[in-house]
Design a protein around this ligand. Structure first.
Ligand code: PLP
Length: 395
């Protein structure tokens, strides 16, 4: 944990200082001053709910979305707030009418909730699901490109690709994949749950049809902040999962798309309204975002090298496909399950209970071959990875 410089100052992060927290990737971590902004909004909401929702909400949501659009190099008219990436992916499949008999392509690194969404959508309309198998360890970007493009067929209607994969922490080479898929007439949905705040994004230039992202992970916004970017040619088909009261309208971007999505029932939208504060507060503390992302990545690579050296293993992915998260296949003896149970959870629990280290051990591709996934954000330091290496060796 980064020590506070001023003893009188409250720690920036709310993370338990007694714990070595190496799993920023799963749920992010929201700093104290960002939470304070959210709490103030909630108090304001309860001080006069009618004024808060009636007068103030539309322009505030407009402003928050405009600020996010700038961060993502996106046109604000193509962006909608979503509660999380899962909701964004579900919204796309709820809206699309894919041709019966077609195929949806995903990869063996897909996030489980996204896999389930795709399977349910495919089953509902008689589509098949095809899984491209990206090798891991991965030698170079070409291997991933080859695995995905080789799995397309003339029936492929849509490809669902991670920007940063969850179990294996690979940055997929979208700049090569998306144009090739588009050239074949295949729609693309990018699951960018991990990308915003981890790697620089320029959404208008990426060439996806849909891009789902989270802000409660690497941007450190409060939980429940995500977005969906939609190419303008799909605006007409998009429908929310819950129908909206269309009377409350955006003032600066009063499009049919926004009207459909703007007010899908009364709820606490403070996490969305806090996104600009998260973007600003992290920068005030640590400098501009490109520097934050570069420093996090450098720390993750350093942590990877430290662990790999201690465990006598090699990096499983090239540096250019690595951001602020790294997965390493655990070698024997950790590979062997204990009698009657898979290894990954007992090991994760032991690291927590014996060493106060929070780090995921992921049963991928199966429980007998677990991956150790480390994350790096500004609350981490090099000694955290050293502690983890020592703990693993001591187990
Ligand atoms: C690649 C990927 N997609 C989607 C999700 C789902 O995110 P959320 O639970 O915020 O919807 C995650 C969460 O870790 C993820 O790693």
């Amino acid at each position: 944990m980064t020590p506070t410089t001023n003893a009188a100052e409250e720690p920036f992060w709310l993370l338990d200082p007694a714990v070595t927290f190496l799993n920023h990737g799963s749920f992010g971590a929201c700093p104290r001053p960002v939470m304070a902004v959210q709490e103030a909004l909630r108090r304001e909401m309860e001080a006069n709910p009618v004024l808060f929702f009636g007068d103030g909400l539309a322009p505030r949501l407009d402003d928050a979305l405009a600020c996010l659009a700038e961060f993502l190099a996106a046109d604000e008219g193509n962006l909608l707030f979503m509660s999380n990436a899962t909701t964004a992916v579900n919204t796309v499949f709820h809206s699309l009418r894919l041709p019966a008999g077609g195929e949806i392509l995903l990869t063996n690194h897909v996030y489980p909730a996204v896999r389930h969404t795709v399977m349910a959508a495919a089953e509902a309309v008689g589509l098949s699901v095809v899984e491209a198998r990206i090798p891991f360890p991965l030698r170079d970007a070409g291997e991933a490109v080859q695995a995905i493009l080789a799995a397309t067929t003339p029936r492929t209607a849509m490809a669902v690709l991670d920007h940063v994969t969850s179990p294996t922490a690979l940055i997929l080479p979208l700049e090569r994949l998306l144009p090739a898929l588009r050239a074949q007439g295949i729609l693309t949905l990018v699951d960018g749950a991990h990308a915003p705040g981890m790697i620089p994004l320029r959404l208008e230039e990426l060439g996806a049809d849909f891009y789902a992202g989270n802000l409660h992970k690497w941007v450190c916004a409060p939980k429940g902040a995500g977005f969906l970017w939609i190419d303008p040619r799909h605006h007409g088909t998009m429908r929310p999962l819950v129908e909206s009261n269309r009377n409350i309208r955006s003032r600066r971007c009063d499009t049919e798309l926004r009207r459909r999505f703007f007010w899908t029932g009364t709820r606490d939208l403070s996490s969305w309204l806090t996104v600009p504060a998260a973007l600003r507060i992290l920068q005030e503390r640590y400098g501009p975002w490109p520097g934050i992302m570069a420093a996090n990545r450098a720390l993750a690579l350093e942590g990877r090298d430290r662990l790999a050296a201690a465990l006598g293993i090699e990096a499983a992915a090239p540096d250019e496909l690595t951001g602020a998260m790294v997965s390493l296949p655990l070698p024997p003896p950790w590979r062997w399950p204990e009698e009657g149970e898979s290894l990954f959870l007992p090991l994760q629990r032991r690291l927590q209970s014996k060493f106060a280290i929070t780090v995921p051990i992921i049963p991928w591709p199966d429980p007998d071959h677990p991956l150790l996934r480390i994350s790096a954000h500004r609350h981490n330091q090099a000694s955290d990875y050293h502690r983890l290496a020592e703990a693993l060796l001591a187990l």
